[in-house]
Write a protein that binds this ligand. Structure first.
Ligand code: NAP
Length: 284
């Protein structure tokens, strides 16, 4: 499988996103604890060297499962987390955007994952809506970057990432420091972050689309249910998920995938996509 880099880590282009491991609504323990552990172990067995997580998945649950399944971690495993949100007792996703909250969240990730350094941490700009990019609040953003730079310079994180950002955020950040990864929503029916993706390609920064399969939130999945995707899957003897992932990989060489799943069978499917040649003229 081809590779790309997240700062000093070279990773395969298909990794794993841990958001589907906790219980329904990304809250509480998994429906099947042993299955969640099996997914993580199988991922690494199949060569996954990039896992995306967050303290607020569960909360705490995804990180604890990763530690239980994989610690002590393989040396080449890039563990990437994100900060900027906090869950409440009702499962709401609230902002935790102040610099001291970002710092506390980084330290909490290190503690629960039982590691002294993460490959990268994404500063996730909070808009209140997972599908939209947060606005630039210049004073806050400058203070957030200062906190992220301090965490990197002190060695807590290998590199700084940004999530749910605009081109403007990325340009401001690049004027101040190195950015090693960007994580925005992007898939074959939502390419609204294309300008951000283009800028990362130009700068040689990894772009990690979230919701590559249309997310686990809606029953009516716009990606897996897309007619062109279903047709290509039938023509090539693959699954719609594999077609969607192959398309996303084909968009640019700096795209790194982190499809999320709680199923070993789906994981195995998702990792077998780099050899897929999409039909000529494929367009969702
Ligand atoms: N930066 C951010 O703000 C942000 C936001 C959201 C997510 N993320 C990260 O991005 C990762 C990916 O996003 P996501 O997990 O939300 O959504 P996703 O990868 O687009 O889709 C996950 C959904 O697809 C299903 N699925 C996975 N593989 C499948 C397959 N081969 N066939 C059929 N269905 C399949 C999963 O169900 P099963 O469990 O049944 O397989 C789940 O319902 C997350 O895990 C997380 O690490 C980041």
């Amino acid at each position: 499988m081809t590779t790309f880099h997240i700062g000093s880590y070279t990773v395969k282009r298909v990794g794993f996103g841990a958001m589907q491991l906790p219980g329904p609504g990304v809250s509480g323990p998994p429906r099947d604890h042993d299955q969640a552990i099996a997914v993580l172990k199988r991922a690494v067995e199949l060569g996954v060297d990039h896992i995306d997580t967050a303290q607020f998945y569960g909360p705490d649950v995804a990180n604890e499962l990763i530690r239980e399944a994989l610690h002590p971690y393989p040396e080449n495993l890039a563990l990437v987390s994100k900060v900027g949100a906090r869950r409440d007792g009702e499962g709401n996703w609230n902002a935790a955007q102040e610099p001291d909250e970002l710092r506390a969240d980084i330290e909490e990730n290190l503690r629960t994952l039982q590691t002294d350094r993460l490959a990268a941490v994404n500063l996730r700009i909070h808009s209140g809506d997972p599908n939209s990019v947060g606005p630039v609040q210049r004073d806050l953003f400058d203070r957030q970057l200062t906190a992220m730079i301090a965490a990197r310079d002190e060695g807590l994180i290998g590199g700084i990432g940004l999530s749910s950002v605009s081109v403007e955020h990325l340009k401001i950040a690049l004027d101040r420091t190195e950015i090693v990864t960007v994580q925005n929503a992007y898939n074959l029916v939502d390419t609204s972050s294309q300008p951000v993706l283009d800028l990362t390609t130009e700068h040689g920064i990894s772009f990690v689309p979230f919701f590559p399969l249309g997310s686990g939130f809606s029953a009516d999945n716009p990606v897996l249910g897309n007619p062109a995707v279903k047709q290509a899957a039938a023509d090539l003897g693959r699954t719609p998920a594999q077609i969607a992932l192959a398309w996303t990989l084909s968009v640019a060489p700096n795209v790194l995938l982190i499809p999320g799943t709680s199923s070993v069978a789906h994981l195995e499917e998702n990792l077998a996509v780099d050899d897929i040649e999409l039909p000529a003229g494929f367009a969702p």
